[in-house]
Design a protein around this ligand. Structure first.
Ligand code: NI
Ligand code: MN
Length: 227
């Protein structure tokens, strides 16, 4: 299983030939200017919420690849009704669904969600995914919240992708607590540095995780790791 970072909160997970893309925001991200979205192949596009910095390139990539958009009901309906996307899979909080690659559960996030044209974007979420006998948690944009303990108790992720940039989401300190709540010491960082509001001292962030006995993985844009 390979995980590639495309900047901000956008990751591509490749497993047994299935390509799952999360929250594509590339053409609007100056830091990701070397990434060409025409090179990104995706079978599924998972969207945590409706904000522009999570959905900007979803339409183009979905249409180019005939990919299926998986998100909350409101966001999937918007893509189908307003954007002419044929393949959508709507979910809502607490629901799990088996796909050909594994199982996806849509879980709580504490944040907001509106689509780029002002349409109501439902409630924001995260994803707990079971794939290749591994479990991982993609938190989306969220505050630290107590429901993360349910994930730790019942899903026990092998690794988690958590926001660390503060201001709009958890910062480093709360991300460390979140990783305790979800019961994993292996954390991949997202939602940092893209905008001045979320500029992050990454060396300090890594030190804080290390001091807590945890590993914070910070990928360069375009970098991949094997999981
Ligand atoms: Ni957001
Ligand atoms: Mn965001």
């Amino acid at each position: 299983m390979k995980l590639t970072f495309f900047g901000h909160s956008c990751f591509l997970l490749e497993s047994n030939g299935t390509r799952i893309l999360f929250d594509p925001f590339i053409t609007g991200n100056e830091l990701a200017k070397d990434i060409n979205i025409d090179d990104i192949k995706a079978d599924y596009i998972l969207l945590s919420h409706g904000h522009m910095d999570h959905v900007l390139d979803a339409e183009a990539i979905a249409k180019a690849n005939n990919a299926t958009i998986v998100s909350n009901f409101e966001i999937v309906s918007w893509y189908q009704e307003k954007k002419g996307i044929e393949n959508g899979h709507p979910m809502n909080h607490g629901g799990s669904k088996s796909f050909d690659f594994g199982t996806v559960k849509f879980v709580n996030a504490v944040h907001s969600s509106v689509l780029p044209d002002g349409t109501y974007g439902g409630n924001p979420g995260g994803f707990v995914i079971q794939i290749e006998n591994k479990t991982f948690y993609y938190a989306g944009d969220t505050a630290l919240h107590m429901d993360m303990k349910l994930i730790g108790e019942y899903d026990q992720p092998d690794f988690s992708i958590l926001p660390i940039g503060d201001n709009f989401t958890m910062g480093v300190k709360d991300a460390i607590i979140a990783s305790d709540f979800v019961g994993t010491n292996n954390v991949v960082a997202m939602h940092f540095d893209t905008f001045p509001y979320i500029a992050t001292d990454l060396e300090n962030a890594k030190e804080q995780f290390t001091a807590a006995g945890k590993d914070l993985i910070i990928l360069n844009i375009g970098e991949s790791i094997e999981l």
